[in-house]
Write a protein that binds this ligand. Structure first.
Ligand code: SF4
Ligand code: SF4
Length: 228
């Protein structure tokens, strides 16, 4: 098996435009559902590299959903670009890398619950790679950028130095601001009811555009913007 320096690997992602990068060993994913663990996706996976790009906060405060929708979509493309270019660079260094899409497509779908599951849960991967903690709004909360991040990942057949999982409570015990802010009552503190959330977070306009018409759970959190 090829050996790579962990700092060199992280620098590849950071120089390609990632704002955060962390590493989790594949064996940390034992509690993920069967079929959705890194080694289910790529049998030779030894380490999961999780990276994040920052989402500008301005669109949270816009009256129109168009800026948020467009920036979020753009960010997903940029994350996939980072995963693509980093995979080629890792391959040049002798490793095999499988980039995980930042967003769609996904295969798993429960029609009755309108429930989709990505091939790898990026927010759990981000937690396991030390990028942050999971809030009751189900978003990953990083210290620097709060929840204003989106995530990508690459599975590699190389053992890298792991980052510690972030410690500490994600949310004050008595906080339910995000749950109360959800206009659909879709949050229960552990998960989001996708059937309730989708009509707003995955709204289809009469012309067929997919629009994010709600981000209240992200915006309402007092830690939304992090320390920057
Ligand atoms: S995006 Fe909106 S509808 Fe969906 S969980 Fe968040 S606040 Fe609720
Ligand atoms: S609003 Fe409160 S409960 Fe919700 S994620 Fe933020 S700190 Fe946690």
């Amino acid at each position: 098996m090829v050996r790579l320096d962990t700092d060199v690997v992280k620098d590849i992602f950071l120089e390609l435009g990632a704002d955060l990068c962390g590493i989790a060993p594949a064996q940390r994913f034992g509690e993920a559902p069967e079929g959705f663990r890194p080694t289910d996706i790529f049998g030779d996976c030894r380490s999961v590299i999780v990276f994040a790009k920052r989402l500008p906060a301005g669109p949270l405060f816009a009256a129109s959903c168009i800026p948020y929708t467009r920036l979020n979509d753009l960010l997903m493309t940029r994350l996939d670009d980072v995963g693509y270019a980093a995979s080629l660079e890792l391959e040049r260094l002798g490793a095999k890398a499988v980039a995980v899409p930042a967003d769609d497509p996904s295969e798993y779908w429960e029609a009755d619950r309108h429930y989709a599951r990505g091939v790898l849960s990026l927010r759990h991967a981000g937690y396991l790679a030390g990028l942050g903690v999971l809030g009751r709004n189900t978003l990953l909360k990083s210290e620097r950028f709060g929840n204003m991040i989106q995530l990508g990942a690459a599975l590699v057949d190389v053992e890298l130095e792991a980052d510690p999982v972030a410690s500490g409570e994600a949310c004050p015990s008595d906080c339910s601001i995000c749950l109360d802010a959800c206009p659909q009552g879709a949050l229960d503190g552990n998960t989001v009811d996708q059937k309730l959330c989708r009509p707003l977070s995955n709204y289809t306009s009469p012309r067929g555009y997919k629009l994010y018409k709600c981000w209240e759970c992200r915006k309402a959190c007092p830690d939304a913007l992090g320390t920057r």
